[in-house]
Design a binder for this molecule. Sequence first.
Ligand SMILES: [Cu+2]
Length: 333
Amino acid sequence: MENDFLEGKTQSAWNRRQFLKLGIAGLGVTGAAIAYQTLKPQKSIPARIPNLASIDPAEANNNPMALLRDFDYGTVKSEKGRNIREFRIVASNSTIKLNSAVDFNTWTFNNRVPGPTLRATQGDRIRVVFLNQGGHSHSMHFHGVHPAEADGVRPIRHGNAAIYEFDAEPFGVHLYHCHTDPVTRHIGKGLYGMLIIDPPKPRPPADEMVLIMAGYDTNDDNKNEFYAFNGQPNYYRAHPISIYQNQLVRLYVLNMIEFDVAATFHLHANFFQVYRTGRTLTPSEDSDVITMGTTERHILEFAYKYPGKYMFHPHQDAIAQAGCMGLFDVISL
Ligand SMILES: [Cu+2]
C-alpha cells in the first residue's frame, strides 16, 4: 500500500528525471555534450555532469550522492486547463549513521533526510498529498505565498492524511518542514526538505545540486553534537562530489541548523555569484563566504578554473569539524 502511494519515487526515476530534464537519454554525457556543441549556440549546451550510474537504486535514500542531484517534479496533471503538480509524501521513521559508533533515530519524509527536493515552475498549481505513518503527529509547512488553509501548521495525527494545495509562487528557493510542536525537535529529527520554484523562463543549463546543512542534537541538550550536508556527517569529505572544470555549477543551499544562530557557507579557491533566496535572475554580489540564518537559502553559482580537490564548509570550524564538511573534485575535460 505504501509502495503504491510512493509510486514514481524510486531511485531509477531520479536518474531518468535528471537526464530527461537535461534532454539527454542515457549517461554518455560528455560525448553527447560535445556533439551537441557543434550544432547549437553556446547558451544551449547541456550541463556536463560526471557519470552517476554507479549508485544502487535500493540504497539511494541513504546515499547523499544520490540525493544531491535528485529533483522530484511530481506527477503532472491537467485539470480545468491548469497544470497541477502532485507530490506524494509519507512521514515515517528511519535511522541514520552519524559515525561508525552512533546511530540516530530519524523522522523522515519519504524515508530520507532531507526529504525530497520538490520542484515546480512558477504558475503551476502544487498539490501535496501527505500521509502520516510516523507514529507522532506531523505536518508539512511550506515557505512561499499561499492561503492560510495550506499553511501546514495543523498537526496531522498518525494514520491520517492531508492535502496542501497552492499556486507555485514566487519563484525562488524555498523549503518545507514539519510545524508540529516542538518544531525544533521535529526539524532536528529530519523533517525538512527543499522546494524549488523555477522562474517561467528557465535558468541557463548548469550542473545543479542541493546542499542542505543541518545539525543533530543526540543528547537533548539543545546543542548539536553532529552536523551534516544532506543528512550524513562528513559524507562528501569521504566521497568528494565530482564536477567538471569550467562547468557552471548551480548550488541550491539551505541552512536548516537549529540551535546555532547562523552558519556560513564557504567555498575554497573560488568565488560564487549569489542569487539571494533564488529570487533574482541576475546575481546581487559575489563572494567566497555567505552567512545564513536558520531556513535562509540561496542559489550560488560558480565554475572551477583549475582541476583538483576543494573544500566547502561553514567557516565556523566547530560546525565543520563536527561533520559539515565536503569536497568538490574538479575533473579536467
Ligand atoms: Cu513533525
